[in-house]
Design a protein around this ligand. Structure first.
Ligand code: SF4
Length: 381
């Protein structure tokens, strides 16, 4: 089974922290949809009969800006060129201002099964700081509207905004629970290079929250949500029973996926030791133009070395808080005997309370989840 990701690169305005590829000026949905259809057809010819597709994910950007007709064409192109007979989940990322009843019903009719709602905060001052389009009232109304049409959805929230009072974060979680959120994706505000936020920090206009504040917020989140019945199944993800994201779990399990659309990434493993990763151009005009000429919109393509492949598996698997890193699979599929090769690192990380070893699996503790990338860094290479 493999997954498909479709990157929809349109946004209404730029959120202050965002470093994804998107455009706020070229909103020619028809041209983009046709280019996407051509790309899907090309890859369908090469991969369509290799593995059935179990998850389809529309990310961005803001996929909920796409008219239903365009989404229908894209889904139908995927259906024409890939085997969707075993599909389990079709997710679409949505911003609260797009959560209108008719659009939501239209999405459901198209076969979308799960929404990812970019709420980020229920406080107007937070939303203004982040330069989100929606306000607090729209955020609340959107969760209600989505919940009235979809059983399955996630609410995205960001913690660690500069000067955000601690009570705001607790209130954000509480409100989403009260509104019936079956799943949370919680992210710390990260200052990414070349974003408006990075410029504000450089000019001294904004002081990012300290590492200690981030740690406190994250530990609070884990405790708060698990006490209220949400399963902490991935570093940033919490779900009620049967509400885990299948698409994202497939990334952490190192399954194959194809990415379509500008800036999308793909990963395809053909044998135990042979895998390729490639990415598309991060430019909508070039993307459309190349596909109009029947050329693939490739930016980069590389064959992963065995070490790069096993390192990637270690990074991804450690993100799963319930499955963790399966040491038997690491040895069988990637040829790495971690218990021997990283004996002293493992002992030190365990002693520092960052991981545990159970049933031949390495699992991050809550303190380990706070510094997940740093833990992984100790164990790769
Ligand atoms: S809506 Fe999403 S993709 Fe668009 S700028 Fe904001 S965070 Fe980035």
């Amino acid at each position: 089974m493999a997954g498909i990701y479709v990157h929809v690169p349109f946004c209404t305005q730029r959120c202050v922290y965002c470093d994804f590829y998107f455009t706020t000026t070229q909103h020619n949905y028809g041209v983009f949809s046709r280019a996407l259809e051509a790309e899907i057809e090309s890859y369908g010819n090469e991969f369509g009969d290799k593995e059935p597709i179990d998850t389809l994910y529309f990310g961005g950007g803001t996929p909920s800006l796409l008219p239903l007709d365009d989404l229908a064409r894209i889904i139908s192109a995927v259906n024409d060129h890939f085997d969707l007979s075993a599909v389990q989940e079709v997710t679409l990322e949505m911003n609260p201002e797009e959560a209108k009843p008719a659009y939501l019903r239209g999405l459901k009719d198209l076969g979308i099964t799960r929404l990812s709602l970019g709420v980020q905060s229920f406080f107007d001052e937070d939303l203004r700081f982040m330069n989100r389009v929606h306000d607090a009232a729209q955020a609340e109304a959107a969760v209600e509207a989505v919940g009235s049409v979809f059983d399955s959805f996630t609410v995205d929230l960001i913690f660690g905004l500069p000067d955000q009072p601690f009570e705001y974060w607790g209130a954000n979680l509480e409100k989403a629970i009260r509104l019936g959120a079956p799943h949370f994706s919680t992210y710390s505000l990260t200052v990414e290079e070349k974003t408006p936020l990075a410029k504000q920090v450089l000019r001294g206009l904004v002081e990012p929250a300290t590492d200690d504040t981030m740690r406190d917020r994250f530990l609070f989140t884990m405790e708060y949500l698990t006490e209220r019945g949400y399963d902490h199944y991935e570093v940033c993800s919490f779900a009620k029973a049967d509400e885990r994201s299948i698409h994202n779990q497939n990334y952490w399990r190192h399954r194959n996926y194809l990415g379509f659309g500008p800036s999308a990434h793909s990963f395809w493993k053909t044998t135990r030791s042979k895998a390729h990763r490639w990415s598309n151009v991060s430019n909508l005009k070039r993307y459309n133009g190349l596909l109009q000429q029947r050329a693939l919109p490739l930016e980069e393509r590389e064959q992963l070395t065995p070490t790069a492949l096993s390192d990637e598996f270690i990074y991804l698997a450690l993100r799963s808080m319930t499955e963790g890193l399966d040491l038997d699979r690491l040895e069988a599929d990637y040829g790495v005997d971690m218990l021997t090769e990283k004996r002293s690192e493992l002992a030190e990380l365990e002693q520092n309370g960052l991981l545990t070893l159970r049933n031949n699996r390495i699992l991050l503790t809550r303190e380990g989840a706070v510094v997940a990338d740093a833990v992984a860094l100790e164990l790769v290479g």
